[in-house]
Design a protein around this ligand. Sequence first.
Ligand SMILES: [Fe+2]
Length: 277
Amino acid sequence: MPEILHDFYQIKPTKLGCEVRGVDVKTENRPEVIEKIKQDVAKYRLLIFKDQGVVSGERQVEITKWFGEVHSTHEQHPKSPHPDVFRVSNDPEEGHYGIGRRGWHIGGGFLPIPFYYVLYHMPSVPKKGATCFAPLSDIIQRLPAAKRSDWDRLWMVSESHEGVVHPLIYKHPITKKEVLCFHLGMTSSFIYDYGTDYQRLTTPEETKKIIKSIDEEFVKDGGNILYKHEWEVGDFIMSDNLSVGHEASPESQIPRSEVGLRVLHRTTAKGEVPPSK
Ligand SMILES: [Fe+2]
């Protein structure tokens, strides 16, 4: 696809989102450029800034503040460069190990209000260790009719936060497009027809079945709807977290001795309103 020239930078559409060149996120502070970037994150869902070198934890937190208040819910790792940076690694000495492999999810899908934006940067890129992203509106649009009506009635119950119940399908608060609120690894059950006289909690067997049926919509047809981001040195990703599901690839867990050190820094910006029908 051709590159699109903007006033401030060049963008090139990828399978999901765009690659961005011609802007240095380490030093960029012009309000008009920041505004344009925010608009483009909403429009394209994923902006992948290329050739950024290594961005410090402090600077990543500053950039996250472009999108609102920083909201950190993670555990600290001794090697994290900043309390608001969640540091993930394929070496437990370097960062939290085994993260992002519990199923497709949005960042903070288990929270009362999921993150609106999630930023990702890899200061150390291994030979293999992709992150996979999925366009949520597109997944909803291609649902078979029966599944669509079933999902319309479903609400997820958070495993970690008591009383948190989210509609599976709802309208994105900013773009108004239909998206999913979900975390396939942190859902204790679902409720059918929540808030009505007919509401009903799913049995453990049903819950498992529903989780499987959601997962199937991501991986069917060889996962051809997915965008697998193979990290390159200097990549800095800004995501509209509510529009894209994600999951770490199985290769992200290959040990350092085989593929080199993988270090991912994730920061998160607070949401404003809970998902609602
Ligand atoms: Fe995640």
